[in-house]
Every structure is written in C-alpha cells, then in structure tokens.
Design a protein around this ligand. Structure first.
Ligand code: IPM
Ligand code: MN
Length: 330
C-alpha cells in the first residue's frame, strides 16, 4: 500500500468509547487500506482534567481530518457531539438499522435507513424560562435545511437502489413547522420521479416500525423524530450494539455508534464493538474504499452468524476476541 494514508481523527471519549474505537481502528488497519490515525480528547474525563469537554485542539483536529471516528461521551454528550456536528457542518445523520443472521431480533428482514436532519428542530437550542413555572423550547424548521435533507435522502435512495422515501412528520399538530418540512419534501420528491414518495405521521410510523419495518426503505425526518425513531429501529434489530451512524456534510464526516458510553461496563472488555466496526465500514465507503467497506461488513456478518460475539448478543467473547473474530474473516 503505497497510497497516501487517509488521515482520520479519533475521538474515543468516555466509558466504552475508547474500547470500541480501538476495535474499529484495528479492523480498519487490518483491511490493508492505509490510515493515519490521530487521537483527540473530549468528554467528561477531559472536562474534569482540562475544564473543557471539547478542547479547541480536538475541534481543530476534527476539522483537519478527512474523517472522524467518534466513540461515545457521558454527561457532556450534548456539548461535545452537538457542537461537533454543528462545527463540522454535518447536516445529515445517516442511521441504518439492519438485521443480522444469528442475532435475535423482532424482524429478521429489517433493512432501513433513517435520514435524520442534523442541525435544527428542537436541537436548535432555544429554550427559555419565562417564569419559574414556565419554560419554552423553540422548534426551528427552515426551508433551506428541509430541502437539503430531503434532497440528501432522495440522492441516497437513488444511489443505493432504494425505491421509496417516506417523510416522517407530525403536521396535524405542528402545522407550520412540519407543514413547511412536508412542503419541502414534496417539492424535492417531484425531482425524483424514479423514487416513490410517501408521508407518515411519526406516531403511526413508530407503531408500524414495530409491526413491520420492511414497509419502509428510507425515512427522512426532522432532528428529534430521527433521534427517537433511530433508537426504536435499533430495538427492532436487536439493540444499539449493532447500529452505526454517519454525520455527513459538504466538507466533513463524523462516524459514531448510536449507543452511548455505557459507564456500567466500561473498562471490563464487555463492550460490543460491532457498531463501531460498522462505523468503520461507513467511513471506508465515504473515503471511496467500497471494496474494503464490503469486506468489513461481510466479515462482521459472518462473525455474528457464527455467534462469535460479546455477552450482550449472547456470546462469550470479550471485546478484543470479538474484534479478532471479525479480523480473522476479512
Ligand atoms: C444520539 C444521541 C445524541 C442526540 C445526544 C447524546 C445528544 O442521543 O446521537 O442519538 O440526541 O443526538
Ligand atoms: Mn439518540
């Protein structure tokens, strides 16, 4: 491999973050694709030590890298990850939920992509206390961000052989904000005649996801609904241990497992590295290393099918051994 290495910033964070990002980096290295990893601090421990949950050096490192591999952070999650998403301009949050053979789940045929808007909605950070007894939160929905995420979802569907996009909303109550979101989705849908378009109310979509997730292919939705539905979809395929995500923007990309820092099992070698390894596959694909991305996914699938997995999935391996089981199949 004489090619220039891909420069990746790693932000392990707290709890099981360091264990799972190390596993993912190991798998990435084992593909033979050349990487230069640089590690940066962020999170609760970092806050305690340095007074900052997200030091400038970490932000600069993330901005300078071709891609960021993120682990998990504890109590400072919102400050760290929301700020990173904003500073990196990653307006789209891709959250796949795919069922795997050998992993007990509700619906073995699930293969869904949730495209979550990543910059606004109730995440815009406008909360105010009007009186000691009354607080408000402002839901920001803009035409610009809504059209951009809708276009992203349709482009994703087209590029990945998906034939339908479902816009998820609550416009029967949030008439103006989700009214605008839907108006934007409809306008964009008209430019993609080859992809079917439908709309679903978020409450009903949540129920249908549990009953039969195969009726959806690509869901596009606002920030908070995407947050909630992606955890729901994770539950459908057997848990958060298997769900990666990609935060994508025009210039930067950050990959993070959807799971949190799981402080209760941190440092014990119990963490399931699958989600972080799948983040590695998404990262490879983003860097144009499609063949290596597929190899990682196939190797993980085979290890899962063989039951060479951590305790949360019913196996008996520790994090290192479960990672080794994937590497052995590359
Ligand atoms: C997620 C998390 C974050 C979010 C939290 C930790 C701020 O739940 O990535 O889904 O709400 O986006
Ligand atoms: Mn979440």
């Amino acid at each position: 491999m004489s090619k220039t290495p891909h420069h990746v910033a790693v932000i392990p964070g707290d709890g099981i973050g360091p264990e799972v990002t190390a596993a993912a980096a190991q798998v990435l290295t084992a593909t033979g694709v050349a990487f230069a990893f640089r590690s940066y601090e962020a999170g609760d421990d970092c806050l305690e030590r340095t007074g900052k949950a997200l030091p400038q050096e970490t932000l600069d490192g993330a901005l300078a890298a071709k891609a960021v591999l993120f682990g998990a952070v504890g109590k400072s999650a919102a400050e760290v990850i929301l700020r990173l998403r904003a500073e990196l301009g990653t307006f789209a949050n891709l959250r796949p939920s795919k069922a795997y053979q050998g992993v007990p789940c509700l619906h073995p045929k699930t293969d869904l992509m949730i495209v979550r808007e990543n910059t606004e909605c109730l995440y815009a950070g406008h909360e105010s206390r009007l009186t000691p007894e009354v607080v408000t939160a402002t839901r920001v929905i803009t035409r610009g961000a809504s059209e951009r995420i809708a276009r992203f979802a349709f482009d994703y569907a087209r590029a990945h052989g998906r034939r339908m996009v479902t816009a998820v909303h609550k416009s029967n109550v949030l008439r103006l904000s989700d009214g605008l979101f839907l108006e934007c989705c409809r306008k964009v849908a008209a430019d993609y005649r080859d992809i079917a378009y439908e709309e679903a109310l978020v409450d009903s979509a949540a129920m249908k996801l549990v009953l039969d997730p195969t009726q959806y292919q690509v869901m596009v939705t606002t920030n908070l609904f995407g947050d909630i539905l992606s955890d729901l979809a994770a539950g459908v395929i057997g848990g958060l241990g298997l769900c990666p995500s990609a935060n994508l923007g025009p210039e930067h990309a950050l990959f993070e497992p959807v799971h949190g820092s799981a402080p209760d099992i941190a440092g014990q070698g119990k963490a399931n590295p699958s989600a972080a390894i799948l983040c590695g596959a998404m990262l490879l694909r983003h860097l144009g290393e499609e063949a290596a991305a597929l190899r990682v996914e196939k190797a993980l699938e085979a290890a899962l099918a063989a039951g060479e997995v951590t305790g949360d999935l019913g196996g008996s391996l520790n994090t290192t051994a479960a990672t080794g089981a994937v590497i052995a199949r590359l």
